[in-house]
Design a protein around this ligand. Structure first.
Ligand SMILES: *Cc1c(COP(=O)(O)O)cnc(C)c1O
Length: 416
C-alpha cells in the first residue's frame, strides 16, 4: 500500500471520524489539492459552519428587538454568558461556578494577578517558563512594577537545561522545593506555545501550592487541545483564549477559571465592575457591590454578545465530541505525523512522549519563514514560522486528517 493509501485507510478506519465537514477549510494557497492542509489551528482555529447562523440570530434579535433583546431575545443577552458556563466547565474540568467567559486572555491574566499576585515580605517572585509567550512576559513584568518591584529580580524564568528544548518537570519541582519560600506566584503555560510541550500540571500545581505559592495556568495552547481537571488538580486560577484550538474566531472572548475555595472567600481583593455584582441587584444601581460566589464576580463589563456567539457555537462541538475522544484522535494524528518525519527529515523539538505533548510538532529548520512560504505555495500546506528557526504544525483532531499529515510529510521531504 502506498503511504497515501495508508493515510486514507487510517482516515476511514479511525474510531473518531473527522468533523472536517463542519468547518470552513480555506482553499490551498498553492499545489495540486483544492483545500489547504491546515496546520495553523494552534494560532487561529478554522471557522465552524455553525457560527454564521448563530451570529445571524443575534444580529436579527438586535434588529427586531433592539434594547428589549436583553430580556426578550431568543437567548436573552443579560444572561448570555451563562450559556457558556457549563460547556466551558466541562472543557476544563471545573465546576460550573468556577468558570466565566470574558475579556481576552491577557486581560484575564491581569485580573487574576490583581487578585492572586500579592507579594509580601520576601515572598515576591513570579515563576514563568522560558520561552514564554511575549504577552505573558510583559504581563508579569508589569505586575512586578505595579507592586514597586524590580522585574529583573521578581520574575524568574525557568529554562530548559543546556542543549535541551523542553523544561523538565523535575527541574521545576526542584526549584520550588529550593526557592519556594520566595515564590508568590507560579504561572506557566500548560502547553508551551513554541515547543508544544504539555507540562505536568497536577505535579507542578501540587508542588507550588505546597511551597506556599499561588498556582495559575495560562491555557492558551491547552484548552481544547488536552483534557484538563482544573478543579481536581487544585489549580488556583487559569485563563485561556478561544481562537486557537477552540475555533471561536480572531480575538474571541477568553475563558477564566477561579477555584471554588477563592470564589467563596470574601477576603480576596479584586478589581470590580457592574457585571461582577449579583444579577438580581445589578440594576438597582446600588453603589455597594454584592459579588456572587462564582467566577462571575471577576466580570467587569456587560459582555460582547456578537463575540460570545461563536464561542457558544464552538463549545457545542466540543461538548458533542468530548475532550477524551478528541485527545485520543489527537495522539493518533500527531503520532502518525511524527512517524512520517522521523528522524531523517527534520529535528523535532516537541517531546517524543505522546503524554508530554499536545496536537503539535515543532521542527527546527533553517529559514523558518522561507520554508513556511514554500510549504504553502508549492504544496498548499499551512504551517507557521517562529523566526529564526522553528516551524510549528498542529494536526488539530477536529478537522485535520491523516491525509493532511501525509501531505505535510511529503511536502517537508520534498523541501528539506
Ligand atoms: C496566544 C497566546 C496569548 C495571546 O494573548 P491575547 O491576550 O489573547 O492576545 C497569550 N499567552 C499565550 C501563552 C498564548 O499562547
Amino acid at each position: 500500500m502506498s503511504p497515501e493509501d495508508e493515510a486514507r485507510r487510517l482516515d476511514e478506519s479511525d474510531p473518531l471520524p473527522t468533523l472536517r465537514g463542519e468547518f470552513l477549510v480555506p482553499p490551498a494557497p498553492g499545489g495540486a489539492h483544492a483545500e489547504a492542509a491546515y496546520f495553523a489551528g494552534n494560532s487561529l482555529g478554522l471557522q465552524p459552519r455553525s457560527v454564521a447562523a448563530r451570529l445571524r440570530e443575534e444580529l436579527d434579535d438586535w434588529a427586531r428587538l433592539a434594547v428589549e433583546a436583553h430580556t426578550q431575545g431568543r437567548r436573552p443577552w443579560v444572561g448570555y454568558h451563562e450559556l457558556l458556563r457549563e460547556p466551558a466547565a466541562r472543557l476544563v474540568g471545573a465546576r460550573p461556578h468556577e468558570v466565566v467567559a470574558m475579556n481576552s486572555l491577557t486581560v484575564n491574566l491581569h485580573l487574576m494577578m490583581a487578585s492572586f499576585y500579592r507579594p509580601a515580605g520576601t515572598r515576591t517572585r513570579i515563576v514563568i517558563e522560558d520561552p514564554a509567550f511575549p504577552s505573558d512576559s510583559y504581563a508579569v513584568a508589569s505586575q512586578a512594577v505595579h507592586h514597586g518591584l524590580d522585574p529583573a529580580e521578581a520574575v524568574v524564568r525557568l529554562k530548559p537545561r543546556d542543549g535541551e528544548d523542553n523544561l523538565r518537570t523535575e527541574d521545576v519541582l526542584a526549584y520550588l522545593e529550593r526557592e519556594g519560600d520566595a515564590v508568590a506566584l507560579v504561572m506557566l503555560g500548560g502547553v508551551n506555545y513554541l515547543t508544544g510541550q504539555l507540562m505536568d500540571m497536577p505535579a507542578i500545581t501540587k508542588a507550588g501550592r505546597a511551597a506556599g505559592a499561588v498556582v495559575g495556568w495560562d491555557l492558551a495552547h491547552a484548552a481544547g487541545n488536552v483534557p484538563l481537571r482544573l478543579h481536581d488538580w487544585d489549580v488556583d486560577f487559569a485563563a485561556w483564549c478561544t481562537y486557537k484550538y477552540l475555533n471561536s474566531g480572531p480575538g474571541a472572548v477568553a475563558g477564566c477559571f477561579v477555584h471554588e475555595r477563592h470564589v467563596r472567600d470574601a477576603a480576596v481583593p479584586r478589581l470590580s465592575g457592574w457585571w461582577g455584582t449579583e444579577p438580581s441587584v445589578r440594576f438597582r444601581m446600588d453603589p455597594d457591590i454584592a459579588p456572587p460566589a462564582s467566577a462571575d464576580a471577576w466580570q467587569l463589563s456587560n459582555p460582547p454578545i456578537m463575540a460570545l456567539a461563536p464561542v457558544l457555537a464552538s463549545l457545542e462541538i466540543f461538548d458533542r465530541v468530548g475532550m477524551d475522544a478528541l485527545r485520543g484522535k489527537s495522539e493518533r494524528l500527531t503520532g502518525y505525523l511524527a512517524s512520517r518525519l522521523a528522524p531523517a527529515v527534520a529535528e523535532v523539538i516537541t517531546p517524543s512522549d505522546p503524554a508530554a505533548r499536545g496536537a503539535q510538532l515543532s521542527l527546527r529548520v533553517r529559514d523558518a519563514g522561507g520554508l513556511v512560504r514554500r510549504l504553502a505555495e508549492a504544496h498548499g500546506v499551512v504551517a507557521d514560522a517562529r523566526e529564526p528557526d522553528v516551524i510549528r504544525l498542529a494536526p488539530v483532531p477536529l478537522y485535520c486528517t491523516f491525509h493532511d499529515c501525509h501531505r505535510a510529510a511529503e511536502a517537508l521531504v520534498d523541501l528539506l
